[in-house]
Design a protein around this ligand. Structure first.
Ligand SMILES: [Zn+2]
Length: 342
């Protein structure tokens, strides 16, 4: 799990995915026939078909796994050196207090994030009820204002910091959405020995701010089949009614029926279910009422594409304690590899 740990702990806010891209490049050395970076920053990797399908050109399969994570950009530094941020991606502000952060300034600066305002000891009844917006939070890097202004400027990325950990049967850390899927894509391709497809694995940018990288990549590649790899909600924890579980952690890779951004191509759903059954890989059909994946952008590129999403069930999504069951991670890898090699 060293690769996943490194992926999880490497910062990559939307638009600044370059460090994550480098980690992936190192890991995939020699795995693909062609590797290039498109103008938006997505990493496009081609593994050519090894089996021929008669006189036809091989079908093109595109697999998208986004590299970015929800994060922030510096929007203001005050005279005392306290930093204000703007979010890139959706945060639940209830989870933002008392966090360690990393500011990627002229050099990397560790910091803490807390809401501006009084600690509980001196807070009024009114203060305690306050619901915070991202704009209420500040970052303290523990340096004098002058020094901070030298090192940090508007537009520097800020990410939450949390060590990767193995907890019971799970792996846990920040940015499992979507580094768990990046891990899955690389490990799946490593298992594909022979394939009749030209496989394009695209590590996309800017998914968390509206699926911005996947659409142009799809436009350029014109795939016959487009697959998004992403995390999804596993609401199998207390306080959530059974009918809103979406997926159960540990019960298998999710084969998505629909979410807020796409409806999976029915024949692809059937095809993945068939492969899962044949290979005895646990799976669950997934329907997510809100939210979306790169499939939403891929489906609507050019004149439309057949798309599907394979999902990795994830507890506490969009927090720094995202938890993924090891069996689901391996199941997602095995299903994708089996389907591509079939
Ligand atoms: Zn995601």
């Amino acid at each position: 799990m060293e690769f996943l740990k490194l992926l999880s702990e490497t910062p990559g806010v939307p638009g600044r995915e370059e460090l994550v891209r480098e980690v992936i490049k190192q890991e995939i050395h020699g795995l693909f026939d062609e590797v290039r970076v498109d103008k938006l920053g997505s990493l496009i990797c081609l593994k050519k078909a090894s089996k021929t399908s008669g006189s036809h050109a091989p079908q093109k399969v595109m697999i998208a796994a986004h590299m970015d994570q929800i994060g922030f950009y510096v929007r203001f530094v005050d005279d005392k050196g306290f930093i204000r941020v703007h979010n890139a991606g959706g945060f639940d502000t209830r989870n933002l207090s008392a966090n360690r952060v990393l500011v990627q300034g002229r050099k990397n600066l560790p910091g803490v994030m807390n809401p501006a305002g009084k600690p509980i000891h001196i807070a009024s009844e009114e203060d305690r009820k306050k619901q915070f917006l991202v704009s209420d939070f500040m970052v303290d890097v523990g340096l004098p204002g002058k020094k901070v202004k030298e090192l940090v400027q508007v537009g520097d990325p800020v990410t939450l910091v949390r060590d990767f950990a193995q907890i019971g049967d799970f792996v846990c850390g920040q940015a499992m959405d979507n580094r768990a899927a990046v891990w899955t894509a690389v490990r799946a391709i490593q298992r594909v020995k022979k394939t009749s497809y030209d496989i394009y694995v695209v590590f996309t940018v800017q998914e968390e701010v509206g699926l911005r990288g996947a659409g142009p990549a799809t436009f350029g590649l014109e795939p016959d089949i487009a697959i998004a790899l992403d995390t999804t909600l596993a609401c199998d924890t207390p306080g959530i009614p059974d009918d809103q579980t979406v997926t159960h952690a540990g019960k298998g890779v999710g084969i998505k029926i629909m979410d807020g951004a796409s409806i999976s191509d029915r024949s692809l759903v059937d095809s993945f279910v068939q492969t899962a059954k044949k290979e005895k890989i646990a799976y669950q059909l997934e329907l997510l009422p809100l939210g979306g994946t790169d499939a939403g952008a891929m489906q609507r590129s050019r004149t439309g594409y057949r798309t599907i999403t394979l999902s990795i069930p994830t507890r506490y999504i969009h927090t720094v304690t995202e938890m993924v069951h090891r069996d689901d991670l391996h199941g997602a890898r095995d299903l994708l590899a089996a389907w591509l090699g079939a």
